[in-house]
Design a protein around this ligand. Sequence first.
Ligand SMILES: Cc1cc2nc3c(=O)[nH]c(=O)nc-3n(C[C@H](O)[C@H](O)[C@H](O)COP(=O)(O)O)c2cc1C
Length: 205
Amino acid sequence: MLIILHSPIIIDIMGTSKNPIGFLTRSFPLKSDSALLFSGTYGIIALMQALIVYGSSKGRVARIAAIVSETLNKAGISVLSRNVFEVKPSRLLDYPCLILGCSTYGQGDLQQDFLEFERGMDTLDLSGRTAAVFGSGNSRYPYFAEAVDILEAKLKILGAQLLLPGYRQDMMTSSPEGEDTRQWAENLAAAIMQKGGKELKRRIL
Ligand SMILES: Cc1cc2nc3c(=O)[nH]c(=O)nc-3n(C[C@H](O)[C@H](O)[C@H](O)COP(=O)(O)O)c2cc1C
């Protein structure tokens, strides 16, 4: 019971109900407190898991990924963060929220490790999943942070819903640990929480 009441989603949902306890009891048609705890907690855990997959040659995108991961964790979202060479594309199917980070090389191409992973995504059906993309580039190049556009387009084609505009960090003006990164990560956390809350309401009302 305590865990449910501490969840920001449940607090959000309860805020819309005149009788929070009655609302919870009706929403989870199970008799015992432990069953209620289980069903509520399970619903939240299932919706609030995010996978970050990042590709980074010189470490800038890896540093952004660390800030994003830390910020989402602070917001109560469970995050697994992996370098793209450590995971198979099919792993994306295990998470409701997908966050891809990639730098840009060549003539607006994906970072090298991400090329094969992106091709491997072709057969995946990502409908019903939420997603977001971040990347680092250099605005002196003609195709600035193009990897973000490539991955956003890919996720959309595969059916994922983008939660917010992608973050394109310019290495000429920003640092991975700068305020821009934190702000985007906080916006992402808020979007995930809001989406999770709406989805939970949809499922139980
Ligand atoms: C050979 C080379 C090509 C690059 N091409 C681009 C490019 O087309 N567009 C862009 O925005 N940045 C380009 N960059 C800049 C990198 O994307 C930028 O340094 C980025 O911060 C690297 O991130 P990473 O350390 O995570 O790999 C290029 C850098 C190098 C060395």
